[in-house]
Ligand binder design. Structure first.
Ligand code: HEC
Length: 271
């Protein structure tokens, strides 16, 4: 008995030292372009599935067939999710092909047969995957809107998808109390300060025109060493072959060095 205890103690000390060595010597590659081994992958996905199952089993699912709910969800999905989760006729984006784990194509997967789990995931996000916790900025009715919309999405073609998103009033998720119409101006201060997307209903018109509207998170960008001058639009081709032209981002390099203050004093910055 004494011997067994000694052996077990020695084994756990060795295991702890090996574990610390793996961490200290950087053996584990955290690069997103280096997939997990089969064993690590199974462990992580089982932990994920069980965690979500346990936490979402008591969530009550509301009526998800309400048209206004689905419509509001379409606008929000189109504004915030397609960069990662795609849409009919949008097979790939820079984000969708580069993230690890890869975001599932929700235009095909929908709610994956479990609306309560989808609601939980959208609200709380998933650690270390890139899936954000949208509950930090959106209230529950708006999240249910996206779940309701996702339930319909796999049955939609590109035209139906665009028409629904365009008719939705775009991105909206203010107080989310009871009404699902445009909540312009009801975002809380933090969201207002950090957001880089449109809040206005004008987004809907833009959507109607855009061939494929990109998530606003990836709206304006340039690649490589290109430093666009202030007036230039930036043209680039997307993986789906759709050429797009965006306004050049106002990079610091493009800011004028000299400006005039309200009191009339002129001021020059070294860049
Ligand atoms: C920056 C990329 C990114 C954005 C933006 C994003 N997601 Fe995700 N999402 C992910 C990733 C990555 C996963 C997969 C996580 C995993 O493998 O555990 C995921 C998983 C999910 C799942 C679970 C799918 C399943 O059944 O396995 C749902 C539902 C979901 N996201 C909904 C949304 C919605 C709705 C939005 C927009 C409000 C959104 N996501 C925005 C990256 C993103």
């Amino acid at each position: 008995m004494k011997r067994t205890i000694k052996t077990l103690t020695a084994a756990s000390v060795v295991a702890a030292i090996v574990g610390a060595g793996v961490v200290y010597f950087g053996v584990f590659n955290v690069g997103a372009d280096d997939p997990h081994s089969q064993a690590v992958h199974s462990l992580l996905s089982t932990a994920r599935d069980r965690s979500i199952e346990v936490r979402s089993r008591d969530i009550e699912v509301p009526d998800l067939t309400d048209e206004a709910l689905i419509r509001a969800g379409a606008g929000n999905y189109n504004a915030m999710c397609i960069g990662c989760h795609l849409a009919p006729e949008l097979a790939q984006t820079e984000l969708s092909k580069s993230l690890y784990p890869a975001p599932p194509n929700l235009s095909k997967l929908g709610v994956d047969g479990n609306p309560a789990a989808a609601f939980w995931i959208i609200k709380h996000g998933i650690k270390s995957t890139g899936m954000p916790a949208w509950g930090k900025s959106m209230s529950d009715p708006y999240i249910w809107g996206m779940v309701a919309f996702l339930q319909q999405l796999p049955g939609m073609d590109a035209q139906e998808y665009r028409a629904l998103a365009a008719s939705s009033g775009g991105h909206q998720h203010g107080g989310g109390e009871s009404m699902m119409h445009n909540h312009e101006g009801q975002h809380d201060g933090q969201e207002e300060a950090t957001s880089s997307h449109h809040h206005d209903a004008g987004g809907a018109e833009e959507l109607a025109e855009a061939d494929v509207h990109h998530g606003d998170t990836i709206g304006a960008h340039a690649h490589g060493d290109v430093t666009p001058s202030r007036d230039d639009g930036v043209e680039h081709a997307h993986p789906d072959g759709v050429g797009a032209s965006h306004d050049a981002p106002a990079t610091s390099a493009a800011q004028p060095k000299t400006h005039t203050h309200a009191d009339g004093k002129e001021h020059t910055h070294a860049q």
